[in-house]
Design a protein around this ligand. Structure first.
Ligand SMILES: [Mg+2]
Length: 270
């Protein structure tokens, strides 16, 4: 019988993830948000985690050394979407946004001060995008960064790519491709890999679940942790939009956020 979303089931086989169940109090469970805990939707502002995902995170946090949602979204967005978890979980449940440039601490959003000099360039790019974007292209202002979305205007992909390249070249912003989106952000050494390496340091085992190009650095970080003796498990939530190298690099390949949540629930209740 297929388990309900968020329900544990020992009937499921999540393969290599089983090593996370050996020493949970010494292990780290790290996951992306969009496309992993939350189904991709046409308007990213409307993305919501699957029902029950927040409480699965709480259960994980009671069992594992470290649990984290590591996302390109602003930390305030993550706090809003998994706020129940944030309020009920122990402090070892971390919400890390903007690839590590923002995080939630004591219920408040904190931000790396290194972003400050870049904020005018990001704001100027957002203004320019608002003025020039074809109708239907989403301009998501994240404060510290800017994301252009063309899911509802696939024909605008070329415009967005040109816009991103130009602003990256002229203002020195970093260009991060995503699923029918691209992001311009400060060229700081922040990516999911740095976050995963820090949160997974010293763990007996660690996993990261992700679906997109921005998750490849997290996989590379797990490889570095594995070289240091950690039992690291890379989990791809792979759809036809995911970069093929993600599934190719993964130890476990899941089909969609429902499977990802089932795997996390299986770990939480192990
Ligand atoms: Mg994602």
């Amino acid at each position: 019988m297929t388990p309900a979303v968020g329900e544990a089931s020992d009937e499921r086989d999540f393969g290599a993830l089983a090593v996370l169940r050996d020493q949970p109090a010494a292990s780290a469970v790290l996951t992306d948000f969009d496309g992993t805990l939350a189904p991709i939707v046409a308007d990213p502002a409307h993305a919501q985690p699957l029902p029950g995902a927040d409480m699965v995170l709480v259960r994980l946090a009671h069992r594992f050394r470290t649990v984290a949602v590591v996302s390109g979204r602003p930390a305030a967005f993550l706090l809003d979407r998994v706020g129940v978890a944030a309020r009920h979980a122990p402090a070892n449940l971390r919400l890390v946004g903007l690839y590590g440039l923002q995080w939630v601490e004591g219920g408040a959003v904190r931000q790396d001060p290194a972003v400050d000099p870049w904020l005018p360039a990001v704001a100027a790019a957002a203004d320019a995008a608002d003025a020039a974007a074809p109708p239907g292209v989403g301009v998501e202002r994240k404060g510290v960064s800017l994301t252009l979305h063309w899911r509802t205007r696939p024909d605008a992909a070329g415009w967005a790519a040109d816009f991103g390249r130009r602003w990256a070249a002229e203002r020195g912003l970093h260009l991060q491709p995503g699923r029918m989106s691209l992001e311009l952000r400060p060229p700081l050494p922040a990516d999911k890999g740095a976050v995963v390496e820090r949160l997974g340091a010293g763990a007996a085992a660690a996993c990261f679940l992700g679906d997109d190009a921005g998750d490849l650095p997290a996989f590379a970080a797990l490889d570095r942790l594995a070289a240091a003796g950690c039992r690291a498990v890379k989990v791809a939530v792979a759809t036809e939009e995911s970069p093929p190298e993600l599934a190719a690099a993964a130890d476990v390949v899941l089909a969609d956020p429902a499977q990802a949540l089932a795997a996390l629930a299986w770990l939480a209740d192990s």
